[in-house]
Design a protein around this ligand. Structure first.
Ligand code: FAD
Length: 480
């Protein structure tokens, strides 16, 4: 059956069997998958194991939401392509659009980023609960999209050649079959897809697992300064230091809050002890975060996660691939969250899926879609794994000579970026998931790296005079 809903629509052509998609997982990838295919089917049903709240509230299905989450430019643009107006709705609800590097105080392994006045990229900062709720509301307002909560997918229906639906289990444990022309698995890091495929006789999907062993500890604070226009603060790790890596970030988010995460490799894991949180921030390569947190009021306990490994399933390499099955989001590739890419890569994969749908769904559609999604994953994967392998604690892959050479080059380019707008833009293009890593070895960029920084690196946290005034006022208030 052709998946694509060409005109006429179902109501205009009552004899045609309705074309139906089922999405497993109602988080960001699941919602964006529904947005991607809704124009091309008669109905989309999202199957979600847990509750989906009305507004921005914590939910069981996304435990990682307690940790800092930001959207890269590439991801924000993809979300906007699928669901126009979403970023404005997020901003209206209190999210921040923060220009890169103009509003960033970041201590990279190569020094402080310069805050260039010219802006090329941005990040969207908000609590994950807010981002999810805005995206969810945008998707679910479409009458073609429905959602079945407290329902868990437990198996695929069909065979090696075609997937024809999913077997689901409701909250009472009752199982039933849901027939579908297209099944999209967006069930996240814990996806059972390899086991489900094995039951259909499809075995051996290649996978990679590269684990830096990083742990995250996070909490919300009441911001002691206005959050509008306040920069992102970050202290990054330096793999060259002879000590376990650690890092941290403060994101201004909705509700005049700072969302703060601290991260450490084995030997330097942060804990859930609230009394140790700010002391841990002081162990980073620079005390800027600890100094700021002294003035901020904690609003929550500290939450910890160790679920940070890079893990990728190369479904796109399996031949033959069954018709009617596509896998998206963390279920395909989950990244070390340090680089802030998962939601953005999922959104870009969903755009690729939408583009393919609009070109028709001749036989081989699912395999083409899986390949396109695999391509969307490549940049984020190369960045995350290409960096993680240089930390002594990383398990799963060690750097080759070529990896080391590339790393030395990227370090030099990063150093150059502290004092060269051209280098900073070339790097940010890739980090924002708007260019492939290969763009970093274009002749113009190579030359820039060769020349090195044109201006000296800022000697300390590059706060603006207005920010310094706010910080001085805080210091004086604390001293009173
Ligand atoms: C600490 C941390 C920080 C992060 N920071 C960032 C960041 O700054 N920027 C960024 O872009 N990404 C970040 N990420 C990554 C981001 O959280 C994920 O990439 C993103 O949530 C993936 O979305 P998803 O929809 O694929 O999976 P998930 O968000 O994990 O959702 C999976 C959904 O599927 C449901 N489900 C699972 N199994 C079933 C089943 N059998 N049947 C029905 N439903 C099921 C779950 O209940 C859940 O709702 C971070 C991750 C972590 C761990």
């Amino acid at each position: 059956m052709c998946l694509c809903r060409k005109q006429p629509t179902m109501s205009e052509s009552p004899r045609r069997a309705p074309v139906r998609a089922v999405v497993i997982g109602g988080s960001i990838a699941g919602m964006l998958a529904a947005a991607a295919v809704k124009e091309h089917v008669d109905s989309v049903e999202i199957i979600e194991a847990h509750e989906l709240p009305e507004g921005p509230a914590p939910r069981t299905g996304v435990p990682q939401a307690v940790h800092i989450h930001f959207l890269q430019t590439g991801g924000a643009e993809a979300v906007e392509t699928l669901l126009p107006g979403t970023i404005d709705l997020l901003l209206a609800a209190g999210a921040h659009r923060i220009p890169v590097t103009t509003n960033m105080v970041i201590h990279s392994a190569e020094g402080w980023y310069r805050r260039w006045k010219r802006t090329t990229h941005y990040v969207i900062t908000a609590s994950r609960d807010l981002t999810d709720s805005v995206v969810r509301a945008q998707v679910l307002k479409d009458p073609r999209v429905g959602v079945r909560t407290h329902t868990r997918a437990v198996a695929l229906l069909g065979g090696r050649g075609r997937v024809t639906g999913v077997r689901v289990r409701d909250a009472d444990g009752a199982e039933s079959d849901l027939r579908a022309d297209l099944v999209i698995d967006a069930s996240g890091r814990a996806s059972r897809m390899p086991q489900w495929l094995a039951r259909l006789g499809i075995t051996g999907p290649a996978q990679d697992h590269v684990d830096s062993g990083l742990a995250y500890a996070s909490r919300f604070y009441r911001a002691p300064v206005p959050t509008a226009g306040w920069p992102v603060i970050g202290v990054q790790a330096d793999p060259r230091l002879p000590r376990p890596a650690n890092a941290g970030g403060i994101l201004p988010v909705e509700g005049d809050r700072w969302h703060v995460s601290l991260m450490g490799a084995p030997g330097a894991h942060p804990t859930a002890d609230p009394d140790a949180f700010e002391a841990y921030a002081r162990t980073l390569r620079h005390p800027v975060m600890a100094d700021l947190l002294r003035h901020a009021e904690p609003l929550t306990d500290v939450s910890v996660t160790h679920s940070t490994a890079n893990r990728r399933h190369y479904y796109e390499r399996l031949t033959p691939w069954p018709e009617g099955l596509v896998i998206l989001g963390d279920a395909v590739a989950a990244f070390n969250p340090l680089y802030g890419q998962g939601m953005s890569a999922a959104a870009q994969g969903a755009v690729a899926l939408r583009d393919l749908c609009s070109r028709g769904t001749a036989p081989g559609f699912a395999r083409r879609a899986q390949r396109a999604i695999g391509k969307c994953v490549d940049t984020a994967w190369a960045l995350a794994v290409g960096t993680d392998i240089h930390y002594a604690t990383t398990r799963g892959r060690t750097p080759t000579g070529a990896d080391r050479l590339l790393h030395r080059y990227v370090s030099r380019l990063s150093r150059t970026a502290t004092g060269s707008f051209h280098a900073a833009t070339a790097l940010t293009d890739v980090l924002a998931l708007q260019a492939a890593p290969a763009s970093l070895v274009k002749p113009g960029v190579l030359l820039t790296a060769l020349v090195g920084p044109l201006r000296p690196e800022p000697g300390g946290p590059p706060f603006t005079p207005a920010e310094m005034r706010l910080l001085r006022d805080l210091g004086e208030a604390a001293a009173e």
